[in-house]
Design a protein around this ligand. Structure first.
Ligand code: DQA
Length: 152
């Protein structure tokens, strides 16, 4: 089983730390990436970490992950609530998918309560702040450990 995990981030998350800090906190996406990389080292995971404001780029990374990755952690940001295309892409991925939201989307506007991605996600984290990414990575490491080693 591949120990490569893709962490994908959707639109506006490049502005993390500056964007509505009362909701999303003061950490930047670079801080999140740094913390994920240091945890990944501890967990012996390899990481691809990406952010895009373009739906098709996220879809292309999911297709890339199909070939190589043992799991996907995705914060689809606003595409969570709009994108059947992202859901379709994730449905082509055969390993674990964990959906992460920094904020507790169910306590916010009603349009944030529905997630297309949740129709596919094996686990969902919401409201843990940026720490949610690390919780997701720890769970991913555990899942990889549980899954049988590939036959030789
Ligand atoms: C978000 C929640 C979404 O509703 C919002 O559009 C985002 C970020 C979160 O991490 O809390 O951009 O996914």
């Amino acid at each position: 089983m591949s120990r490569l995990i893709y962490i994908l981030n959707g639109p506006n998350l490049n502005l993390l730390g500056k964007r509505q800090p009362h909701i999303y906190g003061h950490e930047t996406l670079a801080d999140v990436e740094r913390d994920c990389r240091s945890l990944a080292k501890e967990l012996k995971l390899d990481l691809e970490f990406h952010q895009s404001n373009r739906e098709y780029e996220l879809i292309d990374w999911i297709h890339e992950a199909r070939e190589a990755a043992g799991g996907i952690v995705i914060n689809p940001a606003a595409f969570t609530h709009t994108s059947v295309a992202l859901l379709d892409a994730l449905n082509t991925f055969e390993r674990d998918v964990i959906e992460v939201h920094i904020s507790q989307i169910h306590k916010r506007e009603t349009f944030r309560h529905h997630s297309y991605v949740s129709h596919r996600a094996d686990a969902v984290m919401a409201g843990f702040g940026t720490h949610g990414y690390q919780l997701a990575l720890r769970h991913m490491a555990r899942r990889l450990h549980e899954q049988p080693a590939p036959k030789v």
